[in-house]
Structures are given as structure tokens and as C-alpha cells.
Ligand binder design. Structure first.
Ligand SMILES: *Cc1c(COP(=O)(O)O)cnc(C)c1O
Length: 430
């Protein structure tokens, strides 16, 4: 029994350090329990979660409906592989394609696999439908993108830490600056072998870099004009996070639940989902597209042992229903407005924060210090001490992305914790 008492944070930190690969630099907080917007560490200290596992836990930790669906299915059937059919996959595909307004879905597990899948579909479409000479298909990507960690995906990363020494890198990707429609127009005009444009509607990892209101709309028009597939990576931004069901919807007033008409909203050709697709309960990702594109993949040409498993699809279907039933998209829109209003009010006479940006409940503040400084990290440590967990995305940017089940009272409590903490750092720096 004495051993449980000794299993404090230091004990767990030491084990990870000794036995784990050192591929992450986590904020020192050892979590043992989650419920809704709250997390508890092994010492029993309670925190507001202001990261939501990088927007995977939009529905809140251990949502009872999602956990219930998980338990029921776990006791019944977990995995068949796609060698056979299962009685959950078809209904999940029907529900999810209707939900997002596409004709078909290809099931995978992690976000990076979803991105890889969309790259393969795009290249094959380029070679077999668009008529690009074999092996010549190019995909346009954006500087400072984050699309995952596979060898191909890091080949077009602009982050040296993610990319260097992991070559030989995969070719066939053309980088342009983010939020630069002129650069996109130019590259599309000058290269007939472009099959797709892969883009995050808001760059989350880059620091919640939010593009001009019409960037995606213009990109959509350019892709259509040049017969190029628009591939939206909504793994972080999708499923209510930005106050719209999908961030590509921008400020569409339907709040994510309209009967989507194909011609009235910005629709990517390929939509990549992950993270909150399962409410953080299980790795589930998907690529959605219409038949004419999806059907370039035929039996034996792509797959995954766990993709489309009955456990994951049961969880994902319930996770999507929760978003709709609890109006989480609308809540994100409402609370996001309050958050930015209050933060902007604080920033007016702040020397430590220069900017708040974002949409819905995907926001970030930019700290008035260099990228190399540890000010943002130290602020996050102090926020942790005061019961709120957030993490810098870069040296001087802190992302704020609480679960979408947060109430207005909880949000105002969090804003007070954040602004009080930031004020302490003003004094330090003064
Ligand atoms: C998290 C993320 C990924 C990768 O997802 P994994 O599940 O970690 O592989 C890809 N794209 C974006 C935009 C992400 O935020």
C-alpha cells in the first residue's frame, strides 16, 4: 500500500524519463483522471483543460454517452479487419457522409494516416483522371504546415526539427506561403502537373495562424479553375472547434447544422478528419470525398487492419451525435467571441501580450518576447499552478483550446485565471 502513496508525479516523470523515448517535452503535470472540462493529476489537483489533447477532446473528457457506446461495443465485437464486413461500418459511413455532405468515406485511425490516404487518392486521381504523366503528380502545400509525422508528411514540413536527418525526403510537393492566393494562382498557372492543394483552414500547430476571411474561398475557386483537388486537413479545426462544423465553412451562419447545399458553401474535394471524430476516446480518422474521386481506390490498393473497426466506428458515431445534440458548434462560436473580447480588453494595456487570434474556441495569444524565450513556457507553468493547463505551440505563442462543453461561467473563471497570471508576468518584466 505504501507504494501507491509513493506513486506521485515525480515517480511517473522519472519512469518516463528513464524508459521512454524522449520524443516529447511535456509540461510537467501527470494526469490521472478527466471529466468534461476538468483534469486531475495524481496528487488530486484539479485543472481546467485548455488544450483538449490538441482538439481531440472537443466533447469533453470521458463523455458518458461516448464511453457508454465504447463499453457496449467493447463487450460485443472490437475488430474483424476488412477481410470481412461488420454490422457497424455501413451505418457509420452513412451517418458520417450525410453529416458532412459527401458521398463516401475511407476509414483510417490516426490523423497522419488520413493525410497519407488523401495524398495517395490525390496522386492516383491526378495520374488516372486528370491525365498527369505517371509519377509526375505534384501537390501544393503551405509553409509552416502541420499534417503529421510520417516520412512523406515531414518531407514537406518547414520545421527543421521535424524534418532534418529523416531523409531521403519524398518529392512531389511544392510549398507556397500560407494565406497567399497570388502565390497559389501563380503556381497553378505555371504547372500543369498539379493534382491537389493540401491546406489547413487555420494553421493550428503554427500558432493558430488564422488566414484572411476569403483565403479558402479564393483557393477553392482557383482549384476549380485549374482542375486541382482542394484537400482540407480539418483534423484539428473540424467538428465544431472553430464555431462552424468545419473551418472551411468560415463564418457561414448555419452554425454547422444547415442542410448543406453543395453550391452554397465552401466544399473541399477531400476532407480529412481525425482527433475529435472520436471525442478523444480512440484513434479514428477518415477521408471523405465524392465517388468520382474516391473510386480511384479499388480493392487491394489501400487499407488498414484497424481502419473501420466496429469499436472505433461506434465511438465516432456517438461522438458526432454528441456534437449535434449538445450544440457544441454553437457553444464554441458564442464562447470564442467572449474569450477574444475579454482578452482584447486585457491586451489594450498589456505589455506582455501583443495579440489574440483565432476562431471559435481555437485561439492563441502571442507573447511579447522572442521565439527563443521561455516566457510562454513559464506562463504555462504558472497557469498550471493556478489550475489551468495550456501549452506553447512555439516559443512565444500559447494556444487556448478548451473542450467545447465548457459553460460561460467556467470560461469567465478561466479568463480570470489567465489574465491574473499574465499580469504577474507584466510586473516581472517591468
Ligand atoms: C494532429 C494533426 C495531424 C496528425 O494527427 P495524428 O493523429 O497525430 O497523426 C494532422 N494534421 C493536423 C492539422 C493536426 O492537427
Amino acid at each position: 500500500m505504501a507504494s501507491t502513496q509513493n506513486k506521485n508525479s515525480d515517480y511517473h516523470l522519472a519512469l518516463e524519463k528513464k524508459y521512454g523515448a524522449h520524443d516529447y517535452h511535456p509540461l510537467p503535470a501527470v494526469l490521472a483522471k478527466g471529466e468534461g472540462v476538468y483534469l486531475w493529476d495524481v496528487e488530486g489537483k484539479k485543472y481546467y483543460d485548455f488544450l483538449s489533447a490538441y482538439s481531440a477532446v472537443n466533447q469533453g473528457h470521458c463523455h458518458p454517452r461516448i464511453i457508454d457506446a465504447m463499453k457496449r461495443q467493447a463487450e460485443t465485437l472490437t475488430l474483424t479487419s476488412r477481410a470481412f464486413h461488420n454490422n457497424k461500418l455501413g451505418e457509420y459511413m452513412e451517418y458520417t457522409t450525410n453529416y458532412f455532405g459527401f458521398e463516401s468515406l475511407l476509414p483510417m485511425n490516426t490523423g497522419a494516416e488520413g493525410v497519407e490516404t488523401s495524398i495517395k487518392i490525390t496522386r492516383k486521381w491526378g495520374h488516372t483522371v486528370k491525365g498527369i504523366p505517371e509519377g509526375q503528380a505534384q501537390i501544393v502545400v503551405c509553409d509552416n504546415n502541420f499534417h503529421g509525422r510520417t516520412t512523406t508528411i515531414i518531407s514537406f514540413s518547414s520545421d527543421p526539427g521535424s524534418k532534418n536527418h529523416f531523409g531521403p525526403h519524398t518529392g512531389g510537393f511544392i510549398p507556397i506561403p500560407y494565406n497567399d492566393t497570388e502565390a497559389l494562382a501563380e503556381v497553378l498557372e505555371n504547372n500543369p502537373n498539379i493534382a491537389g492543394f493540401l491546406v489547413e483552414p487555420i494553421q493550428g500547430e503554427a500558432g493558430v495562424y488564422t488566414p484572411d476571411e476569403d483565403f479558402i474561398r479564393k483557393a477553392r475557386a482557383l482549384c476549380t479553375q485549374h482542375n486541382v483537388l482542394l484537400i482540407a486537413d480539418e483534423i484539428q479545426t473540424g467538428i465544431g472547434r472553430t464555431g462552424a462544423l468545419l473551418a472551411v465553412c468560415g463564418n457561414c451562419s448555419c452554425e454547422g447544422h444547415c442542410e448543406r447545399q453543395k453550391d452554397t458553401y465552401i466544399r473541399p474535394d477531400l476532407l480529412i478528419l481525425g482527433k475529435a471524430l472520436s471525442g478523444g476516446a480512440f484513434p479514428v480518422s477518415a477521408v471523405l470525398a465524392d465517388r468520382a474521386i474516391m473510386d480511384v481506390i479499388q480493392p487491394g490498393q489501400h487499407g488498414s487492419t484497424f481502419g473501420g473497426n466496429p469499436l472505433g466506428t461506434s465511438i465516432a458515431m456517438e461522438a458526432l451525435k454528441v456534437v449535434r445534440d449538445e450544440k457544441l458548434t454553437q457553444n464554441a462560436r458564442k464562447l470564442g467571441k467572449i474569450f477574444r473580447e475579454e482578452m482584447n480588453r486585457y491586451i489594450q494595456d498589456s505589455s506582455i501580450v501583443t495579440l489574440v487570434r483565432g476562431r471559435g474556441l481555437l485561439n492563441a495569444i502571442v507573447i511579447n518576447d522572442s521565439e527563443e524565450s521561455d516566457t510562454a513556457w513559464n506562463i504555462c507553468l504558472r497557469l498550471r499552478d493556478k489550475g489551468l493547463l495550456a501549452k506553447p505551440t512555439h516559443g512565444n505563442i500559447i494556444r487556448f483550446a478548451p473542450p467545447l462543453v465548457m459553460t460561460e461561467a467556467q470560461l469567465r473563471d478561466c479568463i480570470s485565471i489567465i489574465t491574473t497570471t499574465l499580469k504577474e508576468f507584466e510586473t516581472v518584466n517591468a
